[in-house]
Design a binder for this molecule. Sequence first.
Ligand SMILES: Nc1ncnc2c1ncn2[C@@H]1O[C@H](COP(=O)(O)OP(=O)(O)O)[C@@H](O)[C@H]1O
Ligand SMILES: [Mg+2]
Length: 371
Amino acid sequence: MSAYYIGLMSGTSVDGIDAALVDFGVSPPALLAARTIAWPDRLRQQISDTIENHQQLSLETLGRLDSAIGTELAAAASAVLEQTSLDCGKITAIGSHGQTLFHAPDGSTGFSMQAGDPNRIAEKTGITTVADFRRRDIAAGGQGAPLVPAFHQTLFQQSDCNRAILNIGGMANLTLLPAGGDAVTGFDTGPGNILLDSWYRVHHGSGFDRGGQWSAGGQLQQSLLDELLAHPYFPQNPPKSTGRETFCLHWLQELLDRSGHRKIDARDVQRTLVEFTAVSVTLALQHYAADTEQVLVCGGGIHNRFLMQRLTGLLSPRPVESTEKYGLHPDWVEAVAFAWLAKQTLEGMAGNLPAVTGARHPVVLGAIYPG
Ligand SMILES: Nc1ncnc2c1ncn2[C@@H]1O[C@H](COP(=O)(O)OP(=O)(O)O)[C@@H](O)[C@H]1O
Ligand SMILES: [Mg+2]
């Protein structure tokens, strides 16, 4: 029997809302429709400003932002539904990640804040909406992240091959799937595209380094790379997760100013940032799962040809391939994962993997807003 769900995801890159409509009634799950809805320019700017300059945020601004993001998420769900002939009554639920504004899960008052009022999504679409996935895991002692590994496990774990799934969004995260169903682990490796995007925008005003062409013409600056890799996040053992609070343009700019790197050509910095992402992923894989035989990549970073070339070189002789070859297009893995997490919640099943997040036990994630 069909089991239709919609997943909504917007990551730290704030490039747009990924919306996927999927049928979990068949195996493997069937992706029926998917699209990315760009944020309206003003709202995107407001979200990015909020993430990077949260000290100035008033409660009123936060409340209005939450409502505005909720309205856009509802429109994204409607837009993906319109791509099919399905009626909203046929959709079991929407899983909405929301837009992370602040992620600081450590310590006794740790939290992760996703905006995008789910009441608005349920009201506008008439579809039951599951949201606020991260905080229950944090309440149970976890990082609240990454949450996609349980879904990666159901879709990609093999009996005869040690696989790793690498998602390159704003941040990059690895899911380690040992052969034979052994315990899955996973963690954020550090920045994915976020510094590449930020630095590119400083020098080009908008957009991103399409295909990695700009960076490919730069020269690698080894001493800058060494300093980037000296960040205390890297030697920390998992469970661990990170965000734009830690790896942001301010941090990069300070490092460039402080250590006499001010004169480095902007393009050489971009080239070095590509290496930073590729090397930090590679070191993490070598350290925690050196026996990985195959790396499947998803997330927007897969479209950065130069980054992929560097990753393929560094991870050699392991094949580095797109998740598309194994059943799901790399642009939609995360959105489908949040559709799946909504299904887990409605069925009373846990969505977290304690070995990944560090939670004390498996928990049913999220809150349900009836349609
Ligand atoms: N053609 C491309 N060339 C280079 N980078 C790309 C391309 N397409 C997407 N990206 C990168 O992917 C990012 C979006 O990735 P995504 O997986 O949506 O991240 P997030 O989960 O943080 O939203 C963009 O901001 C950009 O850096
Ligand atoms: Mg995105």
